[in-house]
Ligand binder design. Structure first.
Ligand SMILES: Nc1ncnc2c1ncn2[C@@H]1O[C@H](COP(=O)(O)OP(=O)(O)OP(=O)(O)O)[C@@H](O)[C@H]1O
Ligand SMILES: [Mg+2]
Length: 282
């Protein structure tokens, strides 16, 4: 028996079915998903916001969490991170209840701020530093069907907190500059998290983004991805479109900004895949 299975059995006793039911019927408590990839600019933030909006459109209760010091997610919903009094930093470091920093925008969001840049250092010396987010989320898990966590482009303590608190990980990848080595590194980190912190976390799906079908290279990259991560690549593909860059300037999702456009359709398809739990967990 591996350490991971041992931990899993210990934690879930005789009910391994519960988890599968949970992703199919998230009403038992939020399905917590981290959007992670240590590579910068692969559409983590864009996908967090628009998947969240698409789940919201289906009548589901969604909470977004901005765990990135850049606070792009907070900005994308029209909130200036420089003016927020308290943010996820205070939740993680000062144990402020998360309910107190949730803003009710197009989608509910636990806001970020530049202070988060100091969170890794502030948490480093504390006991349970990897579990600060998991603990902070507990009081709101029954209030939401989905919690989506936007993470910074690194595998530091903030991302580790996100992975420790999550049931699954959605990995956006930009097909033009696909780095399989980066994905392997993310998988190794996940393995470490499973063995030491959170035995249930798995890659829920890899999401190809910023796709430009005209480029042979993009198609080759996609083939390579599907060959190496068979069964774990979402069917949804998000194409390159300026609409996705324009929407955040108006402080809304692309579902509101350009409801009939291809990007809105893609994120609705992704929501459908996520809700149906189509991804085989491995
Ligand atoms: N499908 C797309 N087509 C065109 N532009 C896109 C698309 N998806 C995202 N973008 C744009 O690409 C840029 C990077 O996206 P985003 O900020 O979501 O990436 P990220 O992974 O969160 O970056 P970081 O690692 O810095 O947090 C943004 O300007 C965004 O508006
Ligand atoms: Mg981002």
């Amino acid at each position: 028996m591996t350490v991971a299975t041992h931990l899993e059995n210990h934690r879930y006793g005789h009910e391994p079915e519960t988890r599968r039911l949970r992703s199919a019927a998230p009403t038992r408590g939020a399905d917590v998903l981290a959007l992670a990839n240590q590579k910068g600019g692969v559409a983590k933030t864009t996908s967090t916001l628009n998947l969240g909006a698409a789940l919201r459109e289906r009548g589901l209760r969604v909470l977004l969490i901005d765990l990135d010091p850049q606070s792009n997610l907070t900005m994308s919903l029209g909130i200036d991170p420089e003016t927020v009094e308290r943010s996820m930093f205070d939740v993680l470091v000062h144990k402020v209840p998360i309910q107190e920093i949730i803003a009710h925008a197009e989608v509910d969001i636990a806001v970020g701020s530049i202070d988060l840049a100091g969170a890794e250092l502030a948490l480093a010396a504390t006991i349970g530093r990897e579990r600060a987010l998991e603990k902070a989320l507990m009081p709101v898990l029954q209030e939401y069907d989905y919690v989506l966590i936007d993470t910074p482009p690194s595998l530091g303590l903030l991302t580790i907190n996100a992975l420790s608190a999550s049931d699954g990980v959605i990995v956006p990848v930009q097909c033009e500059y696909l780095s399989l080595r980066g994905l392997v590194q993310l998988e190794n980190t996940l393995q470490m998290i499973r063995e030491n912190l959170n035995p249930r976390v798995r890659i829920r799906g890899i999401l190809p983004t910023m796709l430009d079908n005209r480029l042979v290279h993009a198609r080759e990259a996609l083939d390579l991805l599907e060959r190496n991560f068979a069964g774990r690549v979402f069917k949804t593909r998000v194409r390159k479109t300026v609409r996705l860059a324009e929407a955040p300037v108006s402080g809304v999702s692309v579902l509101t900004y350009d409801s009939a456009g291809s990007a809105a359709r893609a994120y609705r398809d992704l929501a459908e895949e996520v809700v149906n739990g189509a991804k085989e967990e491995s």
